[in-house]
Design a protein around this ligand. Sequence first.
Ligand SMILES: [Zn+2]
Length: 159
Amino acid sequence: MECVFCDERTIKAEEFYSDRYYRAIYNLRPFLPGHSLVLPKRHIEDLTEMNDAERRDLVSFLNRAIFIALKYAGTEDYDLILQQGENAGRSISHLHFHILPRRADDSVNKGKSEWLSEFNRNEVFGRDLTAEEMKAAVEKAKGIADKYRSEIKILERSG
Ligand SMILES: [Zn+2]
């Protein structure tokens, strides 16, 4: 089965941070600025399929990717979302976490109870970034990862 998250060519254009087991990519259809995904490099579909090394590194990697996404969006608040299975709104079967930086003035904060259905609607009907927009987003996130290299290094031990 074809998996877009296993396609090295497309994923490299979206990736802004990675280590041995995980990569952080900018979402092709960002719901809000800084909307990023964390996924294992290995194709697994479920949390239960993780091996010991992936399990050990997960929280530490999430902390590092979240750090970058929050700097990107200029906030300290975020939603972390895992959609498991089609009935939960997942469209790509490769396990992935959504990091959604949130701000008081963001476009969905007014309708607090409806924002999750808006999020799901955007996953299906939202506009894909153009190649140029994706490049700009990835370069900005990579710049943040580089600028805060030492802070991010400290977070490696945070898992
Ligand atoms: Zn995959």
